[in-house]
Design a binder for this molecule. Sequence first.
Ligand code: BGC
Length: 817
Amino acid sequence: MAGTQGPGATQADQAREGVVQAALAALDLDAKARLLGGRDMWSLHALPEIGLAPLVMSDGPIGVRGTRWTADDPSIALPSPTALAATWDQDLARRAGTLLAQEARRKGVHVLLAPTVNLHRSPLGGRHFEAYSEDPYLTGVIGTGYVQGVQAGGVGTTVKHFVANDAETDRFTVDNKVGARALRELYLAPFEAIVTNAHPWGIMTAYNQVNGSTMTEHRYLVNEVLRGEWGFDGFNVSDWMAARSTTGTIEGGLDAAMPGPRTVYGEVLADAVRAGQVKESTVDDAVRNVLRLAARVGILEGAEPVVADVPAEIDGEALAREIARRAFVLVRNENDVLPLGPAASVALIGAAARDARVLGGGSATVFPARVISPLDGLTAALGEDTLTYAVGADPSDELAPADKGFTLRAVCRDDEGNVLGEGNLPSGQVQWIGDDLPDGVTHETMASIEVVGTFTPRESGEHSFGTRGLGDFTLTVAGEVVFDGSEVMGAGSDPFEAFFGSPVERAKVRLTAGETVEVSLRHPLDRTYEAPLPGVVFSFVHLGPRRDPDELIAEAVDAARGADTAVVVVATTERVESEGFDRQDLRLPGRQDELVRAVAAANPRTVVVVNSGSPVELPWREDVAAVLLGWFPGQEGGAALADVLLGAREPGGRLPTTWGALADAPVTRVGPTEGELAYTEGVFIGYRAWEKAQVTPVYAFGHGLGYTDWTYESLVVEGTTATVRVRNSGPRAGREVVQVYLAPAANDGDRPARWLAGFAGAEAAPGESVEVRIELPRRAFEIWDESTNTWAHQAGSYEVQAGRSIADRRLSETIAV
Ligand code: BGC
């Protein structure tokens, strides 16, 4: 790669490097050690003596949250990473990145903690929605576009989580045992591709261990592979609270330990140098990497930032909508039920049709200024006369942070009850870590928090109210104290209980639709508890009246019967798909399967929209007319859905991951045994494994229909360039994703039957034919040779296969290399 000093370095790189060197030379040991330990939750220390401003980081990947967990500073929410990958479009990923850089600059953020390029090793991975694909090549292509886009806007990225953070169970401690071939050919491959092609300015090392060493101390993978072999010259930041030791970590190539202020660096690191345990030159290497990043993003005096002129302004809402419709994957469309005719009446059904789940939970959360649900989108497109709505089934009967109908703020008081400050809340969830506090409030002075405001119910009936988190709570609804008690931390309680624990119902109150009541939850803070980070995390939770589930389904069936088409939106919930835990199964929660079956029986024109970040089982799929996979579609999802259902646009996505039932899924172990999780499947994950097992999945990797048809006319391979001619043989203009797979003729079973070697988008009008050229990368012909520890070119005969998915291959040509 073009390093900062090597032969590829530009004059600007060299000039920046000069400023970095001079700044480094001007720092004493204490200042250097201070720079490497976080200042607070999201930033590093400023060093005014060298003109260095604090470097600010923020999550990532679908938006830029900024430094506070609040809706006061909203962010554009793009579709989930699985959706971005479903576009199979590097340029769109680049535009997404450029928009995110614009968001970052608006929020004073210098580094975006993204993209997540771990692989979909198993569909049970809880954070599956946040990664791109089961295929390392597709992941690398999308990740490269994303990083290029963000950095073209002058903002850094940290490609994460390096490496093999493919599941959530015991993620802080699990030791993933991964063979060298699988590591190189699968898990490291996207990182390598992105480092080589996009030169990211940062990387984030994971919580987990790989082959016995925790990733924040992994000398071999960080110093030798990432920096040595691949020439990475960026900044290595720990995942949050992942750095555990001072010497091991600095020697393992970790530049910054986040978050602060209590870290393994800072004074402790300076002392370790003084005690002779760490060489000062090792500290200098890390400081140089941090300063280089600071120079690149323009916060080190005297250094020209890499990007002087920022790209033209992007309309974030329009881009969110475009990505969503380009990502929707139409997997079934019997008798061309979609697109719907212009005058069609629609019965829209499903809790998620009204309260869409637009993003996945955990650190990827952002707070968009608006969310367009399917109900909003279809109402705007169709008008109210042709649309009816029924809930049908509620996927969750668990209380969730108070949201729809609530207007809440948090009031912080001191010991005497004086108000120190207050802030608006995005929902009933209070999550203030580090300095993320309302103005005028500090952790030292704050003695209690009151979540207070109003609630205007949508439905009459018994509303449940409750709490999530630990400590004392007083809950008041409509002027009455309905609960006054506490939740204590038991011995062995999970320290993340407040984030991921179960909500507890405290009271039921009968309320009337449309009548506003006052609500309050008071929470005195337990200041005897020493948390690893200063923070306050608890929730005011609520659940609307529970209707008789049979009645709900019956209502939906009636609505479906009375309309030309029934559109059912089914969804997962935050308790099913989120950071922090893995999934137990792939079933749709609640009675949604039953709902779909009942609606389909009542209306043969039933279209199901699946609102999930990752695969779910669709046991009724053969009984419905159409199935559209909608992912977590971002804030404009409902508008995009109306665009594709009504045919203003075609759903453009192709599956970035195989969909199948859990019982057939090849890799289902995501939890360790005695601390270890062996990747015994080697290189066989995703379609590589489905093909090996000779099991046909529900929907194959690469599958997606769109609204037109494509004829594959010719395939010519010259050297390693495949030229594919396709004709739009359907009724309307469209875009095809031409996929090229490589199948080795000689295969003694240790190589997959075939793998994705390239792809390209082709756009054509009806009847028009177009040609795409696809370069087959050298790496597609190589395997990692474990005996020599190098890439080994595999000479021989290969079939180059071009098609619409891995299962729908239309043309092939044999080549010898
Ligand atoms: C996640 C990271 C994230 C960080 C900061 C961690 O728990 O694993 O992806 O960037 O928190 O929010």
